[in-house]
Design a protein around this ligand. Structure first.
Ligand code: IVH
Length: 671
């Protein structure tokens, strides 16, 4: 195919995808693939300008206009952004700009999240919201005023705070992004699920569909949020810089993109990128990159516009995390509890920087709700350290030859019957001695979050199982240099180190051993309570369900479960052999720094700026306080970080005081 033919093909494909994306709200390829096609066309047209045709999608941004909404003309073009994909791209962007400016101009910048929602343009006259429009084709948008009025984060009158020191221009047009916060989107899907309705797959498309509802009561029932980041037009400009603009917008009542930063140089901005990449998953909203803006609005305006992109701002796009590929088969993984997890086998696909060949399908409920089938083209996501997962099938790509995915009737590892317990979502292998379950349990037992035996990762555990060196957790403590000698990869030093870490693990405190045994419902919090109450493993093993229930936070079902675990002859034998091998089940005296928080119960929510969740919990406990998982009238304080969950709402409802990290730390240090 020659360049002209390829360009024609790309034009056709991109126009089709634009129609599906902007008009039907039903894209069949991920954004990243669309971007790839688009950039291929831009590259071809840049190299061969004679190939540009008037109908080329590069000649106009996609449009979200829909036939049946009244149209509104924007007071100024609603521009888009150029893209950068690397540090070099960003530096080149600055160099191009500096060439257009007087010598020795110093540029400072703002750094904002690139919110993955849809653009909204809102007009206020004499402080009152009078119009709101979608971006449309950049010049004319759909009038969605009635719908925008239902969005609670958008003030109907500004300044929203009547005592605000700021006067508002008689006409002010602002621009921002409408989207679902992740927790709101999850709640919306919960509602769909309980109503037996299909789940929404993509937050952005759902936000778009919601904003373009004909009936604004439907929009009102769905919790959209708007972040505002720019002034499009005003009678008199109230600010000189982007940074001031954001502060101003916030002061008069808008929600501005959180975590926005201001830096004196581009190098500072570039240094921030890795932090943002790793913070991305913790944010309560989807972002697909960062926006870097020249802070001085006069300079930004002077720099002008190329096509539809202002020179004074650019988007740094994160490496694509989504891709589409063929689902060629399904395996059913069995975990230590016996739970079966369907895993999709994929036609290899490059995503998030690696080639992915399988992805989790979560559970069979998920598969059924989204009607995912073998043979489907599916969208998958790989984000940070999270294991790749299937987002959903591309229904329009179905050929009819796809086959449904059902849970197996027998365990693929031990052939025992598989059951779905009454009221449970998941399916389970019924054989507690299933070799795969036992292997997974030992793998967990040795892992960092459990007994923390260094040098005993999954591959080593697998090797020991395959060689018949261990059959369960107790066997780990009977390993000797003799048994390990001659194993491939096990030189003297490695054997010595492994035996040392096994020896160290024998002294782990009782609570840590208890939470490593994989007893259903016994995580670290319950294990701590059990250890604090019973002190020795023998006392716990001999306890009746009634006396276990006396431990705070343990109800009748969990108590019965724990008692039944300890009365199982297999487990009696396991504990006995662990003791014989030297495991101490040591009861540790709690370290108490002070009792300044005695009598107080804390609930944690969100991500704290400096403390990890574990550190915060440890601090509370070491000062005599308690940590609880849910907010009630008995909660003394909610310690809240960024992107808090519903616990913060609950606290406000119940009037429970909310602390940030600084206030919490002050509380400890003052006492
Ligand atoms: S500034 C001239 N800032 O990204 C100003 N845009 O790919 C241009 N977007 O259409 C926009 N977050 O809808 C800006 N903090 C942010 C943004 C942002 C998301 C969107 C915007 C734009 C698209 C460009």
């Amino acid at each position: 195919m020659n360049d002209a033919e390829r360009a024609a093909e790309l034009r056709k494909e991109i126009n089709e995808h634009s129609y599906r994306y902007y008009i039907l709200n039903a894209p069949i390829i991920p954004d990243a693939e669309f971007d790839r096609l688009y950039h291929e066309l831009v590259a071809l047209e840049t190299a061969h300008p004679e190939l540009v045709t008037p109908d080329s999608p590069t000649q106009r941004a996609g449009s979200d206009l829909q036939g049946d909404f009244p149209k509104l003309t924007h007071p100024a073009p609603i521009l888009s952004l150029s893209n950068c994909f690397s540090e070099d791209d960003i530096r080149e962007w600055e160099q191009r700009n500096l060439k257009l400016l007087p010598a020795d101009t110093q540029l400072d910048y703002t750094l904002e999240p690139k919110l993955d929602g849809l653009t909204i343009v809102i007009t206020y006259e004499d402080g009152v919201l009078v119009r709101a429009a979608t971006r449309g084709n950049g010049l004319v948008g759909d009038d969605v005023t009635a719908n925008v009025r239902t969005i609670r984060s958008i003030p109907l009158r500004i300044p929203a705070n009547p005592t605000s020191p700021h006067a508002v221009p008689s006409r002010l047009v602002v621009r921002g992004e409408v989207m679902f916060l992740k927790h709101d989107f999850a709640a919306l899907n919960e509602q769909q699920k309980s109503a037996g309705l299909p789940l929404y797959v993509n937050a952005r498309n759902t936000a778009s569909g919601t904003l373009k509802q004909k009936d604004s009561r439907i929009t009102a029932g769905r919790p959209l949020t708007a972040f505002i980041y720019a002034i499009v037009a005003a009678d008199s400009y109230p600010t000189r810089t982007q940074w001031e603009t954001l502060e101003y917008l916030r002061d008069i009542g808008f929600t501005i993109p959180q975590s926005t930063q201001h830096f004196p140089t581009l190098s500072d901005i570039i240094q921030q990128i890795p932090t943002w990449v790793s913070r991305r998953n913790q944010l309560d909203y989807e972002i697909d990159g960062l926006v870097i803006k020249v802070n001085d609005l006069r300079i930004a305006a002077e720099l002008g516009v190329v096509g539809k992109d202002p020179r004074g701002a650019t988007a740094y796009k994160f490496p694509s995390e989504e891709a589409s590929t063929q689902l060629v088969g399904v395996t059913h993984n069995v975990g230590r509890t016996g739970k079966l997890t369907p895993t999709a086998q994929l036609e290899p696909v490059f995503v998030g920087g690696v080639t992915v060949t399988n992805a989790t399908l979560h559970n069979y409920d998920f598969v059924r709700n989204l009607d995912i089938r073998i043979g489907d083209r599916v969208v998958i996501k790989r984000s940070g350290d999270v294991i790749p997962y299937v987002i959903g099938p591309i229904l329009d790509a179905r050929t009819g030859g796809e086959t449904p995915i059902t849970p197996p009737e027998r365990c693929p590892h031990c052939d025992s019957p598989v059951i779905q317990p009454e009221g449970a979502v998941d399916y389970y292998c019924t054989n507690p001695q299933c070799p795969e379950r036992v292997f997974r349990q030992v793998e967990f037992f040795a892992s960092r979050g459990a007994m923390d035996i260094e040098g005993m990762g999954p591959q080593t555990v697998k090797l020991f199982f395959d060689r018949g060196l261990i059959k369960d957790e107790a066997d780990v403590f009977t390993l000797t240099a003799d048994k390990l000698q001659g194993l491939e990869g096990f030189a003297e030093k490695r054997i010595e180190n492994l035996l040392k870490s096994i020896e160290a693990a024998k002294g782990r405190p009782l609570a840590q051993v208890l939470s490593s045994l994989g007893i259903d419902g016994v995580g670290s919090t319950v294990a701590e309570s059990l250890a604090a109450h019973f002190h020795t493993v023998d006392a716990l093993a001999a306890a009746s369900p009634d006396s276990i229930q006396e431990v705070e936070g343990i109800g009748p079902i969990l108590a019965a479960n724990i008692a039944s675990w300890f009365s199982n002859p297999l487990h009696v034998d396991l504990i006995q052999r662990m003791k014989e091998a030297g495991v101490q089940f040591a009861s540790a005296a709690p370290v108490t720094e002070s009792d300044s928080l005695a009598g107080l119960t804390f609930v944690l929510t969100g991500t704290l700026p400096t403390l990890s969740r574990e550190q915060a919990e440890a601090l509370i406990k070491s000062h005599g306080g308690k940590v609880s998982g849910s907010v009630s009238k008995k909660t003394s304080y909610v310690l809240m970080g960024e992107s808090p969950g519903s616990k913060a709402d609950k606290a406000r409802q119940l009037g429970v005081p909310i602390l940030d990290e600084a206030a919490f730390l002050a509380m400890i240090s003052h006492n």
